[in-house]
Design a protein around this ligand. Structure first.
Ligand SMILES: Cc1cc2nc3c(=O)[nH]c(=O)nc-3n(C[C@H](O)[C@H](O)[C@H](O)COP(=O)(O)OP(=O)(O)OC[C@H]3O[C@@H](n4cnc5c(N)ncnc54)[C@H](O)[C@@H]3O)c2cc1C
Length: 434
């Protein structure tokens, strides 16, 4: 789906409860009270939309890209937290004490019903905890699967607590129309978890894969190939990625995202280039051919299909080669007429994977710690290197696709933008999903 359309849908969904509340609500109150309610309403609808922005919905993440989806998810969670923090304080000065007979529309008083307030307070504290945990995830050093589970359960709990708080404590949420709106929206959010953790695994169970081979590429990088068992496999574009689960139940949390490094044109088998990093990736070398696997994908929009630029620059750092290799393979297999040039950076010579296949023509190898005999480029992939490898005309006309360490991508992107390459001609993928 087009980004512009997605933004419109998001804005519509987030503001719908606010607009409806204004429409069904009673006589207006003072501005700060309406602002307090409005921020609370917005915070709740934004939190519900966070479920849909989890990255697991292809209509969204394949439209704007996984990086953008996840960045938006993070920014909106923080914005919702700010709104939620402000929400109770803005009621300052409003008389409390529960509903009075002379104030049937709760225009002048605030509820003090403890159960309605306590769910709001609990959600408030949980939300702050969830955001802090997400921001500090890498420092806190707990297992990714544990974090993912906590994040999902915490989010669901917040949604249910807020539903109670809004319907029983809110002036607008208690209106029957609004109660239904909130019930449906919370149901959709909870249903999205059901889709990701129950429906998709059920679908995967009926479409198993088997490990066809595991090959060591370099001391810490492997190629793992899976083949579909009894089905046609994956309908993907070169450069996309998938969640891979090897040897576990499809309902297990043990699945990891990996870019597909094979080309659709090479057949139904799908390959992944995997670098050792943690629990799963360190054990890839021990996986035996024939092990059952599940593949959930394809995801992402790192694709050169349908692009009309005369040339494609593929800029890879380390294992960031994976999606770009898929693109290169597809271009070579289909006899793509566009020019292509690869820059592939590593620290050491023995970290270079697929060198024979990549070849030497139109591939620039860069090492930051080269051996004495090294004839290729040295240092990092930076502005100077880009200017050595690409002419001014290429920089202004080609499509630039990159994947690698954040620092590399930031430097290259800044340089390209500075030289006038429009942002729609720079595609990138970050190997982080938080
Ligand atoms: C879109 C995308 C594409 C990727 N493509 C590749 C690739 O082609 N090759 C490659 O080697 N690596 C790739 N990665 C990184 C890869 O997913 C992690 O290295 C891998 O999941 C680590 O798992 P682990 O169990 O070995 O390590 P752990 O110690 O469990 O995790 C290390 C880190 O990896 C990330 N991670 C772990 N599990 C998950 C998960 N289920 N979902 C999301 N992130 C997770 C987290 O940031 C975590 O902190 C990609 C990541 C993303 C987001």
């Amino acid at each position: 789906m087009k980004p512009f359309f997605l933004i419109l849908v998001y804005l519509f969904a987030v503001t719908l409860p606010l607009i409806l509340s204004a429409w069904v609500g009673g006589p207006p109150r003072q501005f700060h009270q309406e602002l307090a309610s409005g921020l609370g309403i917005l915070a709740f609808s934004m939190i519900l939309m966070e479920f849909i922005l989890s990255g697991r919905f292809k209509a969204i993440s394949n439209g704007v890209g996984m990086d953008v989806t996840m960045r938006f998810h993070q920014i909106m969670a923080r914005t919702a937290l700010v709104f939620a923090v402000l929400h109770p304080f803005l009621y300052q000065g409003t008389p409390t004490g529960g509903q009075r007979p002379w104030d049937p529309t709760r225009q002048l008083t605030l509820t003090t019903d403890f159960s309605a307030l306590s769910t709001g307070i609990a959600a408030y504290l949980l939300l702050a905890g969830l955001v802090v945990m997400a921001i500090g995830r890498t420092q806190l050093d707990y297992k990714y699967e544990a974090w993912r589970l906590l994040h999902g359960i915490g989010a669901l709990l917040i949604a249910v607590l807020l539903l109670h708080h809004t319907v029983y404590g809110g002036r607008y949420g208690s209106e029957p129309v609004m109660t239904w709106v909130w019930l449906v929206m919370t149901g959709v959010a909870a249903g999205s978890l059901l889709a990701v953790y129950v429906l998709v695994p059920l679908w995967q169970k009926a479409r198993p894969w088997r490990v066809a081979s595991v090959t060591q590429l370099t001391p810490k990088q492997w190629e793992l190939t899976v083949k579909p068992e009894g089905h046609r496999g994956l309908d993907y574009q070169a450069g996309q990625f998938a969640w891979l689960n090897v040897g576990h139940s499809p309902f297990s949390m043990k699945e990891n995202p990996f870019s597909i490094c094979s080309a659709p044109a090479s057949g139904a088998e799908v390959s992944f280039m995997i670098k050792e990093l943690g629990d799963f990736t360190r054990t890839v070398g021990q996986i035996e051919a024939g092990t059952v696997a599940y593949v959930d994908g394809p995801y992402g929009n790192l694709s050169v299909d349908g692009r009309t630029e005369p040339g494609v620059a593929l800029i890879a750092g380390g294992v960031g080669l994976a999606p770009l290799l898929g693109i290169l393979r597809q271009m070579r297999l289909t006899g793509d007429s566009r020019k292509v040039r690869v820059i592939y950076g590593n620290r050491l010579i023995d970290q270079i994977a697929y060198r024979e296949e990549l070849g030497e023509q139109d591939v620039v190898y860069v090492l930051s710690e080269p051996p004495e005999t090294w004839q290729g480029e040295t240092g990092f992939i930076d502005a100077e290197l880009m200017d050595r490898v690409f002419s001014e005309k290429e920089i202004s006309e080609w499509l630039f696709v990159m994947c690698g360490p954040s620092i590399m991508m930031d430097i290259v992107e800044d340089h390209l933008i500075k030289k006038g390459t429009p942002s729609h001609r720079i595609l990138s993928e970050r190997f982080s999903y938080d």
